[in-house]
Design a protein around this ligand. Structure first.
Ligand SMILES: [Zn+2]
Length: 557
């Protein structure tokens, strides 16, 4: 079966491709006159890259590559722009992102009035009875007052509404949604979840973390055709941004959508699809039966959660939040469960990927990783900590020492940086999004976006990691500037770091003969421009597997 080629065959093929780097191979695409950043430590810079079908066959001088061009070659003139390995976004929710592209847009609603007005306009375009989901609202845009169902009931009379905050850790239901979900007017709180109440003691419509299940269970599953459309929209969105690979954090149902696209031959973005950590036995059996997939769609990763998010006050902290002195967040799973899942998955040779945001959550999971490694013995396991946002200072060096990959989203730093100090105070903020401290202690970094929580735009992420300028413009010199990193470090975390984080560094993440032909052309050299202008750079071409999937000059795609 094509999808589940054993990994050893891929490795074998790569070896063949490398030895066949000869002039007989026809060059299908030549990118010339560029500033090529290869990501290869011993040969970091070049001018041109030659591709033969889905592999890179040469990296070198423009004159060398031009001498091998034939009538069949498509020549792309980078015109002094930068050429880099295809970006790997190491943390996305790809189908949620795709579905959101087609739903109400609330991320940048600046006031409650605008929030309500946009929902009203959108609801008028939706058939009666259809659920309105997505939204990605952010109450921090208007000072932090949580929305309530009373705000939106009158503008959404015909539709159940269930719209999430941009971090996905809380969501707002209207009264119609609550009726359909038969939410009890009292109680409903559960471990790891909160039902927010209004002044009269009734549910306000806001449900946090595990309490979101109260409404989630009533939302109908999107039809397969809609999910296929969402995936296609997500791949287009990724290609426009120079993203050639994503690590998707999702479900078995999501995997079925990707498998459908893979069978149909419509994949334009490579996907490493993680499934829930608690389902490790099913993944073990699936890998045993079918292997781990191929370079377009791979499995083997399991995603778990320790805590919630800072914006929802559900990150697990060692000490209470500065602005909520009785509250120190919550654990969404018990340490005993996390240990058991991590240990069993690791014994089954699977890849454990765990979300931890608060310093207490990070400390607990680092302890579990350390303990499991000691118990299960040495192996190339590449444990991953997703987000790793607020690290207690003594825990920073443990990432490098234990070989735990810090899978981080730099855009969150310039987004949360607007209000994070209010929530955790100045002292804890100093080791928040500690890119530099992690790098200096030899931790491996993999960067991503958490899309649709943040835009899946690596150029924005690089800008964020390099400048740390918050979105509100209040930190022109950078928020916690000592945690800034260089453009090359940030590029590495989006390319080689991402490839390592999915066990694919022998196949992608850098530009070298034999590697997959995943290449991005940017209109300027990011290392030569003022850092604050990095976000103005434009993607010119995105190439995946030797095929141009985004061309800035093409009017239709
Ligand atoms: Zn996520």
């Amino acid at each position: 079966m094509r999808l589940y080629l054993p990994f050893s065959i891929c490795a074998l093929f790569l070896a063949c491709a490398t030895t066949m780097t000869t002039s007989q191979q026809p060059i299908t695409v030549a990118i010339v006159n560029g500033v090529v950043w290869t990501g290869e430590p011993d040969k970091p810079w070049a001018e041109a890259v030659a591709l033969s079908n889905d592999r890179i066959v040469a990296v070198g001088r423009t004159s060398e590559i031009e001498s091998r061009v034939s009538a069949q070659t498509r020549v792309i003139d980078a015109a002094g722009g930068m050429v880099v390995p295809g970006f790997i976004d190491s943390h996305v929710h790809f189908l949620a992102g795709g579905l959101n592209l087609a739903s109400v847009q609330l991320r940048d609603a600046k006031t409650p009035a605008e929030f309500i007005a946009r929902l009203k306009t959108f609801a008028a375009t939706v058939p009666a009875g259809t659920w309105i989901t997505g939204g990605d609202w952010d109450h921090e845009n208007w000072g932090g007052e949580l929305p309530e169902r009373s705000w939106i009931d009158s503008v959404t009379p015909n539709n159940p509404v269930w719209i999430n905050r941009l971090d996905g850790h809380m969501a707002l239901a209207n009264s119609a949604a609550m009726r359909l979900a038969q939410v009890p007017l009292s109680g409903g709180d559960k471990p790891g979840g909160t039902v927010v109440r209004d002044a009269s003691g009734q549910p306000s419509g806001i449900f946090k973390d595990n309490a979101q299940e109260l409404i989630d269970k009533a939302v109908p599953e999107p039809a397969p055709a809609m999910l296929d459309r969402a995936l296609d929209a997500a791949m287009t969105y990724a290609s426009e941004r120079g993203v050639t690979s994503v690590d998707h954090m999702g479900t078995w149902e999501d995997l079925a959508v990707f498998e459908r696209a893979h069978r149909a031959g419509t994949m334009r973005t490579r996907i490493y699809a993680a499934v829930p950590l608690s389902t490790w036995e099913r993944l073990r059996d699936t890998v045993r039966a079918r292997g781990r997939g191929d370079s377009w769609l791979r499995i083997g990763g399991l995603k778990g959660f320790v805590d919630g998010s800072l914006g929802s006050h559900t990150a697990a902290m060692m000490r209470p939040f500065t602005d909520a002195p009785k509250d120190s967040g919550l654990l969404v799973n018990t340490p005993a469960d996390l240990y058991s899942w991590t240990s069993n998955a690791d014994k089954a040779n699977l890849h454990v990927i765990v979300h931890a945001i608060g310093d207490r959550a990070i400390n607990i999971q680092l302890g579990i990783f350390e303990w499991v490694e000691r118990e299960n013995g040495p192996r190339d396991r590449r444990f991953r900590m997703e987000h790793a946002q607020h690290i207690a200072p003594p825990d920073i060096a443990r990432f490098g020492r234990l070989g735990v990959i810090a899978s981080m989203q730099p855009y969150h730093a310039i987004d949360d940086g607007r209000w994070a100090e209010k929530v955790i105070g100045p002292e804890r903020a100093r080791t928040t999004y500690a890119f530099r401290a992690l790098r200096d202690t030899q931790a491996r970094l993999a960067f991503g976006s958490d899309w649709p929580v943040a835009p899946a735009t690596p150029l924005e992420g690089i800008y964020a990691a390099v400048t740390r300028r918050t979105l509100d413009g209040k930190h022109p010199g950078g928020w916690i500037p000592e945690q800034k990193i260089t453009v090359e470090d940030a590029l590495g975390a989006y390319t080689t770091g991402g490839a390592y984080a999915s066990f694919e560094e022998s196949d992608k993440g850098s530009l070298a003969p034999g590697k997959l032909a995943d290449v991005v052309v940017i209109d300027r050299d990011l290392t030569k421009i003022a850092p604050e202008t990095i976000r103005d750079a434009k993607i010119q071409y995105t190439i995946v597997g030797g095929r141009v999937v985004y061309d800035h000059e093409a009017t239709t795609r």
